[in-house]
Every structure is written in structure tokens, then in C-alpha cells.
Unconditional design. Structure first.
Length: 149
């Protein structure tokens, strides 16, 4: 991303973006809704993410919303973009982004470095599910030792 694109993204996100941590505190999310598809496509080319079509809906208050599109950026990609645009944002958005980044760093599924469960002394890096999802010899040995015990 060029400096010009970064500044364009920061200005656009300042006005239109939403920054939040997902349910369960496990995903940092940036979302932007717009009825201007060309603007969303430009942002999508710069940062990636997912583009979703949002169909018009009838609301309980009686009005029908406009159709539009939503750009959705999640986890590592969202955190990376938040860190890049943070110095360029206003006070309100800076507060929102800092809260999301703080929650991201302290999330319950954060990958951590641990010693291998089999006792071999090897360091393994991963979240709670990643360590044993890998079918390495150490994980298999640890599983067999647990079954024997």
C-alpha cells in the first residue's frame, strides 16, 4: 500500500468505518457499509477483505433500507490496517482502534509459545487447538502417554 493509498484509506475509514472486536473477543473487525460500489471496490483492491451485497430490508418502523455493499476485514488483516492508520485518525476513532487492539492482544485464543506436552523440551507455538492439531511425533507421543496413564 502506497502512502497516498494509506492516507485515502485513513480518511475514508475515519468517516465511514466501524472498528470492533467480534463476539467472544477472538476477532478484530473492520467493516464499512456504502451504497457506492466503486469506492468499496477501490478499498477492496487496496486492502483485500470480503465484499458482501446487502439487500434492501423492510424495518419494523416501516421504512425500507437502501441496497448497498459491505467491506469486511477480519483478524490479522484488520489489525495490520488498524496499526497503519492509527496515527492518522481523529480522537474518537483512535480510542475505538486502541480498545480493539488491546482486546486483540488479550484475546482468549491468542497463540502462545509453550513447551511440548510430551516433555521433549521443544518449544511449540500455537493456540489451544493448534498445538495438538498438528500431527507431529511429539503430539502423538503425548496422546499415547495420556492413554496409557
Amino acid at each position: 500500500m502506497t502512502e497516498l493509498e494509506l492516507r485515502w484509506m485513513a480518511g475514508w475509514l475515519e468517516g465511514e468505518g466501524t472498528f470492533y472486536i467480534g463476539k467472544g473477543g477472538t476477532a478484530a473487525i473492520i467493516q464499512v457499509f456504502s451504497i457506492d460500489l466503486d469506492v468499496l471496490e477501490k478499498a477492496h483492491q487496496i486492502v483485500g477483505g470480503a465484499l458482501h451485497y446487502i439487500k434492501p430490508r423492510r424495518h419494523p418502523q416501516g421504512y425500507v433500507s437502501q441496497e448497498g455493499w459491505r467491506l469486511h476485514l477480519e483478524s490479522e488483516a484488520a489489525v495490520s490496517l488498524m496499526r497503519q492508520v492509527l496515527p492518522l485518525m481523529g480522537q474518537r476513532r483512535t480510542t475505538q482502534i486502541k480498545a480493539v487492539l488491546r482486546a486483540w492482544e488479550n484475546r482468549p485464543n491468542r497463540p502462545v509459545e509453550k513447551l511440548c506436552a510430551c516433555g521433549c523440551g521443544r518449544s511449540v507455538f500455537g493456540g489451544p487447538r493448534l498445538i495438538y492439531a498438528r500431527k507431529g511425533a511429539c503430539a502423538q507421543r503425548a496422546l499415547r502417554q495420556r492413554r496409557i496413564a
